[in-house]
Write a protein that binds this ligand. Structure first.
Ligand code: ADP
Length: 464
């Protein structure tokens, strides 16, 4: 087992990894930017190294600075968390060439799944269902129009190097397609340094259902069931639950086994997630694979009791999975996560960095809160706006919803604006409660509010 791990990340996920290391008995090194000197991960780690200025390009994405920190502190391994360098194959290769274990899959698997178009092709060859669309990057508008004619509108333009919902454009007609093609290419170039985009059929009423995979270097591979991430805003997850309320056991098994097959296709090792879109006719399609820990991994931990971060560390150290057989993976109850973002839902979700004056976290049975913020902490403007993950666990979905409602009511976080009021609205919505939702749910909810916010509703304030 490793004796010291460097955590190449910040925020709640850095804390999550440090906690797992402490429980296993591994020393930790935090790295931080000048804007994060007061961040909790810096205080909780055994050692901390400042790696640069506030912008991520100069700190959390600064490979030479991170590798130098790892060498100075003499660590055996690096955990990249999610975001930043977590899916950077080049970084994984550099770690390995410096004899530092990268806690994640091999660089080949990262590369194979990192390019969405290449991943689609790999999956298609393996017989895994993919959404109708192009096999190569779209060259020009004539080609785009030809493809749209073939697969029929609506279509979606996506960046091959995409992530975080950026570079995607939904098009319902030729005019929109031609104008969106150029902006999508420009956005992709700016965000990912790669202007390649492709086109696929846009499913109008899908659910986003993903499967957590664990694979070790001894040939064991299992799925830890599913998470339903259908509640999204602008293609970004906002509220997730596990297991999906709409899958029966037959379907769960079928999708889980397909996910395992997908992971095996790229000789996958460590924790990963296969994302699917499930259509209204019960057909499901491979969307992408995330070759890292996910934000919403805690939900799977709540329903299975398996600590995914510890498994990641043990797998990287060459150990076997703690549970090797699929039929021995436990599942119990229902878990929900609300992403608490420092954004103003009443003002087009504009990021709201600033000082948190009051912070009272909810507590009591069934609650797990993963956050790096506290009273007196200043949310810096440089990074992702997610400041807390509020997770709950109940014996069933109804109980989990009640616990979440109670938890959100208890939660005090002032004066920074957050997504808490929006989550309260989602949880009381009858369609959500009946699990009759698709990825357009939030958009519809916001539209309804704009037209007719209920008298006295929090949303009167939200849409103002
Ligand atoms: P990213 O990597 O940027 O997060 P994904 O490919 O994972 O992008 O897609 C994110 C979300 O965008 C999906 O969960 C879904 O809501 C929406 N989406 C992507 N592709 C399609 C599609 N072909 N049809 C309908 N919705 C889609």
């Amino acid at each position: 087992m490793f004796s010291k791990i460097l955590v190449a990340n910040r925020g709640e996920i850095a804390l999550r990894i440090i906690r797992a290391c402490k429980e296993i008995g591994i020393r930790t090194v935090a790295v931080y930017s000048q804007a994060d000197a007061d961040s909790l991960h810096v205080h909780l780690a055994d050692e901390a190294v400042c790696i640069g200025a506030a912008p991520s390009s100069q700190s959390y994405l600064n490979i030479p600075a991170i590798i130098s920190a790892a060498e100075i502190t003499d660590v055996d391994a690096i955990h990249p968390g999610y975001g930043f360098l977590a899916e950077n194959a080049h970084f994984a290769e550099i770690c390995e060439s410096c004899q530092i274990k990268f806690i994640g899959p091999g660089s080949q698997a990262i590369r194979a799944m990192g390019d969405k178009l290449a991943a689609r092709e790999t999956m298609r060859k393996a017989g895994i269902p993919i959404i109708a669309g192009t096999q190569e990057a779209v060259k020009d508008k004539e080609e785009a129009l030809r493809i749209a004619k073939k697969i029929k509108y609506p279509v979606i333009i996506k960046a091959t190097a995409g992530g975080g919902g950026r570079g995607m454009r939904v098009c319902h007609n030729d005019i929109r397609l031609v104008s969106a093609l150029m902006t999508a290419q420009q956005e992709a170039e700016a965000a990912f340094g790669n202007a390649n985009v492709y086109i696929e059929k846009y499913l109008e009423k899908p659910r986003h259902i993903e499967f957590q995979i664990l694979a070790d270097t001894h040939g064991h591979i299992v799925y830890l069931y599913d998470r339903d991430c259908t509640i999204q805003r602008r293609h970004q997850k906002l509220l997730e639950e596990a297991p999906s309320p709409i899958l029966d056991w037959k379907m769960r098994k079928k999708m889980g086994e397909t996910a395992v097959k997908a992971a095996k296709t790229v000789n996958y090792v460590n924790a990963g997630t296969i994302e699917f879109l499930l259509d209204t006719d019960g057909k499901f399609y491979f969307l992408e694979m995330n070759t890292r820990i996910q934000v919403e991994h805690g939900l799977t931990e709540l329903i299975t009791g398996i600590d995914i971060v510890k498994e990641q560390i043990r797998i990287a150290a060459g150990e076997k999975l703690s549970i090797k057989k699929q039929d021995k993976i436990p599942i119990k109850g229902h878990a929900i996560e609300c992403r608490i973002n420092a954004e103003d839902p009443a003002n087009n979700f504009i990021p709201c960095p600033g000082k948190i004056e009051r912070f009272i976290a909810p507590g009591g049975p069934g609650i797990r809160m993963d956050t790096h913020v506290y009273a007196g902490y200043t949310v810096p403007p440089y990074y992702d706006s997610m400041i807390a993950k509020l997770m709950v666990f109940g014996r069933n979905r109804g109980e989990a919803i009640s616990i979440m409602q109670r938890a959100l009511d208890e939660f005090v976080l002032e004066p920074v604006k957050t997504t808490i009021p929006l989550h309260k609205e989602i949880l009381k919505n009858p369609l959500f409660r009946r699990a009759q939702v698709y990825t357009d749910f939030i958009q519809r909810l916001l539209g309804e509010w704009e037209n007719k916010p209920a008298e006295g509703s929090i949303l009167q304030a939200l849409v103002r």
